[in-house]
Ligand binder design. Sequence first.
Ligand SMILES: [Zn+2]
Ligand SMILES: [Zn+2]
Length: 118
Amino acid sequence: MPIRPENRDRYPANWREISLRIRTIRAAGRCECRGECGDNHNGRCTAENGQAHPVTGSTVVLTTAHRDHIPEHVDDVNLFAACQRCHLRYDAAHHRATAAATRRRAIEDAGQLALAEP
Ligand SMILES: [Zn+2]
Ligand SMILES: [Zn+2]
C-alpha cells in the first residue's frame, strides 16, 4: 500500500531499508500472511514477489504491512511482508473496525449529550 502523504513523516528515515530487509531476507520474497487478511490460505499465502498472484493472477509486488497499523512501530514482530491482496484485505478490515469505532463513539457521545440535556 502506498504511504499516504499525511503519514509520510511518521515513517522512520530508514523505513525503506527495514521494509526491504523484511521482504527480501526474512520473507524471502514471499507473502508472510497466515490468515491475518481474513483468507486462511491453508497456511501461508503463496504469493511471491514478481510472480503471478495465485488468486488474482496479477504480478505480485510485495509490500510491508504493520500489524497494528501504526507507521512508527517498525519492530520486526509488528511487520509482515504482504502481497497487494493480503495487504488491502488486512487494511480494509482495520478501516472497517476504525470506522465502526468512530461511529460507536459518535453514537455514545450523542447518547451522553441526550442524557445531559434537561
Ligand atoms: Zn498474500
Ligand atoms: Zn492473506
